[in-house]
Design a protein around this ligand. Sequence first.
Ligand SMILES: Nc1ccn([C@@H]2O[C@H](COP(=O)(O)OP(=O)(O)OP(=O)(O)O)[C@@H](O)[C@H]2O)c(=O)n1
Ligand SMILES: C[C@](O)(CO)[C@H](O)COP(=O)(O)O
Length: 234
Amino acid sequence: MNEKWGVVIVAAGRGTRMGTSESKQFLHLANKPIMVHTLELFQRLDFVNEISLVVGTDDIDRCETWVRDYELSKVTAVISGGGERQHSVLRGLEKLTSDWVMVHDGVRPLVTEAAVANCCRTAMQGGAAVLAVPVKDTIKQVDEGGVIVSTPDRRSLWAIQTPQAFRRVLLLEAHQRASEEGFLGTDDAMVVERMGAPVTVAEGDYTNIKITTPEDLPYAEFLIGQRRSERGEA
Ligand SMILES: Nc1ccn([C@@H]2O[C@H](COP(=O)(O)OP(=O)(O)OP(=O)(O)O)[C@@H](O)[C@H]2O)c(=O)n1
Ligand SMILES: C[C@](O)(CO)[C@H](O)COP(=O)(O)O
């Protein structure tokens, strides 16, 4: 890929669903903070040239130390996030200068280099793309009383992941507009979709899990171990 990409890694959440006193992005997997696993993947990609790392205000110092200790030279900014994921993304985005940008959750350490490249290539065809996988379960829409309202056709349903990749000016305008209008979405594609711009799905892997609740940790540890042994590492 000839284009150079900027990346926002959002890691300023509190991890309430994980329920640990330490925020989940700082928990260790295979002897390293989860967030460091994620950063190392983007550091290795030759088409990435800048990374904006968004963390909690009280975590800036230790994250700057990790950036030095783990030689994450592509991290060009370590900044504090906002109250919602979307606010954190906008702050990180404002620090990037590349024409093309990705947003990735700090707590998705298992994304593969091939999947990131697939997402970026797809974005460069239409301006915006997100990694996703077809849902495997039957999904029901259920009302407040617990009664099923509808069963959407599964063939049109995808579970959305990160990274999400965009032309920078498009994503910046979409986030700025959402912020001015008080719109809060659960991913970056939503702010672009509401501007009427197309966002394409790039098929990813089921193993690109977002570490959200305690049962995700042993599975992530297993996947990291499995990949290490595939690479012939101890
Ligand atoms: N104000 C926020 C909220 C979330 N995030 C980041 O967005 C990613 C995905 O969010 P999620 O899994 O929902 O993380 P948390 O908000 O930390 O989790 P919870 O909803 O359980 O509190 C995480 O890397 C998280 O650190 C962020 O940077 N700023
Ligand atoms: C962006 C995201 O990772 C897509 O799956 C996700 O929506 C962000 O976190 P959430 O708080 O679990 O929705």
